[in-house]
Write a protein that binds this ligand. Sequence first.
Ligand SMILES: C[S@@+](CC[C@H](N)C(=O)[O-])C[C@H]1O[C@@H](n2cnc3c(N)ncnc32)[C@H](O)[C@@H]1O
Ligand code: SF4
Length: 512
Amino acid sequence: MKNFKDWLYKEYQTGIPTHVTNTLLKEGIPEKWIVPASMIIHHLSEMPWYTQKQLLEDTELSKQELIELNAIIQNSDFLQQMIVFEGLGKKYWNTILTHVSSGNISKVLNYEYALPFRLTLFPGMSCMYYCGFCGRNQQASYKPGEVLVSGAKKFKDAISGLPKGSRISISGGLEPLTNFKLGEIITHAKKLGYKVPLITNAHMLTPKYVAMQPGLWDLDSLRVSLYGTDQESTFNVTRHPQAYEMVKGNIIEFLKERNKRKSNLKVGLNYIILPENMHTILPLLDYINEVNSKVDNGPGIDFLTIREDFGSVTEIEDDVDKSVEGRKYYLEGFLTEEQRQELISLFAEFNKRREKECPDMHVDFGYAMAALGEGILGKPLARVKGTQMRKSGYPQLSVAMDSHGDIFLYKEAGFLDRPENQKFIAGRITEDKSMADILKEFIASRKIIDLDKSDDRFMDSYDHLITLLVNQAEADINAGIPFELGPVKLRKQDQTSSDTELSNHWYKDESG
Ligand SMILES: C[S@@+](CC[C@H](N)C(=O)[O-])C[C@H]1O[C@@H](n2cnc3c(N)ncnc32)[C@H](O)[C@@H]1O
Ligand code: SF4
């Protein structure tokens, strides 16, 4: 298994090592199909969205032959394990499996109604930071007097209406802690049995604030988006002079209170690696050590998620977001290949120190950083162009909702007054219209959105992946090789039980 995994981690080449050939033969692959089988297994383990059409071209098999070979691969438990759990794409696979079990992908393609499997709440009223990679309209904020009470009711009603097994999370939009009814919403969700994760910049997470919002203790996890490891790096990203000291102090006090209460709430950090801050990855460990050393009554930071920029500002050619009046600054460009190479050695040092200095902290490198974290260059984050987006979204799989009750088809569209985001609103929840009513109407209307090549700015990394997945499902059906006839058993809807516990938390090895 170890040798086979090592082969999966290397760039694919047709010169297949003997041990791989021998394993494939042992798993029942006919000798004449060793190379085609190796392509199918390797490509799908790295890029779960790889289509049957691409495989027909790569392998030069006929459709009938590919279907036959797929069936042999499906029948091997070992090869299934390798594709889904052991390749460079394992983080992507993890997200995918939750959606296979929901059975909603085919509903997306057939315009059949279902409530979203994953609902993201954007309760924030405003935000005090000005991160250069974030697509928010830096001048926009909600009027609490108008939407705080009605918004909280809409959030609670939407949660109550979800089918069993759905996932809820709280993010932004803007900064969720700016909503003074946040705790109430969390408690409502918890009472209904949901594990709720929150992501926040923690600027307002003072002891006084926490005392005012006891519902925060009903969270399953609280993840702080950390934007620097010292005064200068934090200011560079957030443009807020107090951000560094405030956030550090707040995290320490929150952890102490968590321990005092003997609460199970998991507390973690999210750190985005940018070309501008990649050298703060080791200082990040010093930061964590410092926080932990000040929490003297129990455990410190439970988990760390390391993420790449998904490029909703930095990788977009047109400057519609960058030129919004009042925007303080913006960042541009992804990590280069040389910088990713350098990250491999930085991460190696990071991993070595982390094991010694904070062995209990779970580290999740996310979709594309996972390879770098294991010492392999791998591929950058999977993304699609604006024109490859689903023209009617995929509300059966995922939507976001804000305090107006607007239902957004893509997560990064859910920023108040972000230019041109209106076309991605499925509708607004009102006294007379529930989320179910809106989505029923929207799906039945088969509304086609006029897409622009820069519309990928409205997607986060999860949206990119889901788009690739739905596009793949459609392409495979069109090629006459739907998932049932494909090489991966778990892609067949009935193969994953509906209560498969995957995703939606960051503190175990099951990240979303
Ligand atoms: C938009 S923020 C809203 C919640 C809160 N204001 C915060 O910063 O945590 C949600 C998460 O998305 C992340 N985010 C925003 N833009 C991003 C980008 N271009 N690439 C990767 N993550 C991004 C933020 O760092 C944060 O962790
Ligand atoms: S990433 Fe979060 S903290 Fe930064 S500007 Fe956007 S909403 Fe505000």
